[in-house]
Ligand binder design. Structure first.
Ligand SMILES: C[S@@+](CC[C@H](N)C(=O)[O-])C[C@H]1O[C@@H](n2cnc3c(N)ncnc32)[C@H](O)[C@@H]1O
Length: 279
């Protein structure tokens, strides 16, 4: 199936809001100093989308910044393998199966992620923020839920930290197919079960840890249901939020009786670890 590559000639200071804008439709991003590349399934891209994006770029002072081209999946795979350098996030090192682990990362827990067309390589700050918060939040034997698993990166990381089971869900069939492949590529990740759909695809029951790296709108609407899946004291990690979303998310967490325990920021992105208030 074809993919559309959006080549946006904008400096890195203006790339984050574009990632926020495109994150519901794009399945991957590559950031360079003066160019952002976003990859969108061809069926999710229309002339109206192009017009709307051009108008936003025009309003932001970039009238000629957008180039669009169709690419085939095979090109995509080659692109990823060539471009993805290993990335460190907390105790984890994320790299493709073809990559060699650099000696300075000999202490890292290595996660082998071949993203195909999914999000979750560690090259985006939201994944790194979630991984750092997750590293300290998993207790061996935990039952974990990962909503919006993408490449499966957070689920695999939880498993490698000693989780007993991880339920990983994603509404994109491409993502779940890729997550299953990545689970099978990583030794010690067989505690992950990947399911198509969202939180309601996870068998009923509460978890010791829930993670969701999506975007502001779905996180806000899922929040009561995420809250219902937490055992008393269980951490909830949310990522995919811009720093400008932090106040709204703090309010929403308070409405659900969730206390903010930790926050992290990187490149204008914000992630939070919260937990149910003691009763
Ligand atoms: C930003 S990516 C995160 C991938 C990975 N978990 C990471 O941390 O890098 C968000 C993923 O959530 C999925 N998604 C979006 N809305 C969703 C929803 N309501 N329920 C489940 N998955 C969703 C998208 O298909 C995408 O794969």
């Amino acid at each position: 199936m074809d993919t559309v590559e959006l080549i946006l000639s904008v400096p890195d200071v203006d790339q984050e809001w574009l990632i926020g804008l495109l994150s519901d439709s794009a399945t991957g991003f590559v950031q360079e100093a003066d160019t952002l590349r976003a990859y969108v399934p061809a069926e999710a891209w229309s002339p109206a989308d192009r017009e709307a994006l051009s108008a936003r770029l025009h309003a932001a002072g970039y009238p000629d910044a957008l180039t669009v081209r169709a690419i085939a999946d095979t090109n995509w795979n080659t692109t990823w393998e060539a471009d993805l350098a290993p990335v460190r996030a907390g105790p984890f090192l994320l790299c493709t199966t073809a990559a060699t682990v650099p000696p300075e990362h000999a202490d890292a827990t290595v996660l082998r992620i071949d993203p195909q067309m999914s999000f979750g390589t560690g090259h985006h700050a939201t994944t790194r923020l979630a991984l750092r918060l997750l590293a300290d939040a998993v207790t061996p034997g935990d039952h974990v839920i990962d909503v919006g698993t993408g490449t499966g990166v957070l689920a695999i990381a939880a498993c490698r930290r000693g989780a007993a089971s991880v339920e990983a869900v994603d509404t994109s069939p491409r993502a779940t197919a890729n997550a299953r492949e990545n689970v099978s590529r990583n030794e010690g990740a067989d505690c992950v079960t990947v399911r198509d759909g969202s939180l309601d695809a996870v068998p009923s029951g509460r978890a010791d840890l829930v993670v969701a790296n999506i975007t502001r709108a779905p996180l806000l609407s899922l929040l009561p249901a995420l809250r219902d899946r937490l055992r008393p004291d269980a951490p909830l990690i949310l990522s995919g939020l811009l720093q400008t979303d932090a106040d709204r998310m703090r309010e929403a967490l308070a409405e659900q009786d969730l206390l903010v325990r930790d926050t992290q920021t990187e490149d204008g992105w914000w992630a939070v670890r919260a937990a149910p208030a003691p009763r």
